[in-house]
Write a protein that binds this ligand. Structure first.
Ligand SMILES: Cc1cc2nc3c(=O)[nH]c(=O)nc-3n(C[C@H](O)[C@H](O)[C@H](O)COP(=O)(O)OP(=O)(O)OC[C@H]3O[C@@H](n4cnc5c(N)ncnc54)[C@H](O)[C@@H]3O)c2cc1C
Length: 341
């Protein structure tokens, strides 16, 4: 296994931040993963596993070992009677590109992850924040997560319940932060049609373009069209998608805010009410604003961008200013969705 030293991470995170890692390596097989745990660079340094770097902000150089997850493989598992004839279990290794797993599923006519098409990143990072989009989330289909405890090298399988998945959240982002490496996940997908097109942007797009939805692939294609037209491409301008989570509030707060902002958008979800963080940021005057090398995207207020040459501290600083002004204006605290490192 090659260990590189003093490595520039600019091409390994979608913000394009040029932080340096003291050591960098990659694991491409289970044998290499085993070897990794024996290396002095692994034992003696702090370490972080990285997928595609599409949900991280390196706020400074990383004085430890960065391990790129390149474990590949997708297979259909032989399932017992408990899975039933209408479902299929698919196991994917953590270093697979998430969208390739979506393609694998929709090409075979399976339903369940088509709404999550084109989310950047790897399979192994998907449970970290219970990835979600267009009215679906990983939690709807996750069966289990295979992992390795970083301190001991012991294997552990987490059931979906043990992952404590929430809105852009999981046990791996909280109690067990940096404690487990996710090596593989298993999904339970439906062989029978399970259309989920109630999310407004998606249903409007389907209606407007008169798209016939007969296969999960039709939904996947529609989601890809929407995403390509709406979201800034990190290859063109550095970003990590939504920088903050949307904000869930109590009914009393919604009433209070609607009395001041009658046109405020809000959505009922799981008994709570969600206010789009992008709206709060826009109302606080940040949309399209630029400070030096960093700024807020002109069309998506939730997306912080690197206009070129920014460092992580500048982005963190801008994020803190946004949090402070939203707190001052609305009394609501924005929580980053991006992992600050
Ligand atoms: C343009 C754009 C659009 C996006 N849209 C969405 C969206 O619609 N919905 C959504 O949910 N997210 C979205 N994201 C965020 C991002 O795509 C997801 O969070 C994705 O799952 C991150 O995968 P990654 O491999 O890039 O993770 P990384 O950024 O490499 O890592 C993220 C975190 O997970 C940890 N980690 C990574 N792999 C492992 C592993 N195998 N084991 C343990 N820890 C690990 C890292 O240490 C880090 O803390 C978007 C990002 C971008 C840039």
């Amino acid at each position: 296994m090659k260990i590189l030293q003093d490595y520039d991470l600019a091409t390994l995170n979608t913000f394009g931040i040029s932080a340096r890692a003291k050591f960098l390596t990659e694991v491409g097989s289970l044998a290499e993963l085993e070897e990794l745990f024996t290396l002095p660079e692994f034992k003696q340094n702090k370490k972080i596993f990285l997928g595609s770097g599409s949900n991280v902000l390196f706020t400074k150089d990383f004085e430890g070992l960065v391990i790129l997850n390149k474990l590949k493989g997708i297979k259909i598992l032989k399932a017992g009677a408990e899975v039933g004839k209408d479902f299929v279990l698919i196991k994917a290794m953590g270093g697979e590109v998430w969208h390739n797993l979506v393609i694998f599923a929709v090409d075979r006519g399976y339903w369940g992850i088509e709404n999550l098409s084109l989310i950047p990143g790897t399979v192994g990072a998907a449970p970290m924040q219970n990835i979600g989009a267009y009215g679906a989330e990983l939690a709807n289909v996750l069966e289990n997560v295979e992992s390795i405890e970083i301190a001991t090298g012991n294997k552990r399988i987490f059931t979906k319940e043990e992952c404590e998945l929430g809105y852009r959240d999981s046990i791996f982002k909280n109690k067990l932060k940096n404690k487990y490496f996710i090596s593989a996940i298993t999904l339970k997908l439906s062989k029978k049609e399970k259309k989920n097109i109630s999310y407004k942007i998606l249903s409007d797009h389907i209606e407007k373009n008169k798209i016939q939805i007969e296969r999960s692939k039709d939904i996947s294609n529609a989601v890809c069209q929407i995403r390509r037209s709406k979201l800034p491409d990190p290859k063109v301008i550095g970003n990590a998608g939504s920088f903050f989570k949307n904000v869930f509030v109590e009914d009393a707060k919604i009433k209070e805010m609607l009395s001041i902002y009658p046109h405020m958008p809000y959505f009922k979800e799981n008994g709570m009410t969600k206010i789009p963080a992008g709206w709060l940021i826009e109302q606080s005057g940040w949309k399209g604003k630029r400070i030096g090398n960093v700024g807020v995207h002109e069309k998506q207020a939730l997306v912080i961008v690197n206009h070129g040459g920014a460092n992580g501290a500048e982005i963190k600083n801008l994020a803190e200013q946004i949090v402070a002004s939203v707190l001052a204006k609305f009394g609501l605290e924005l929580i980053p969705e991006v992992n600050l490192i």
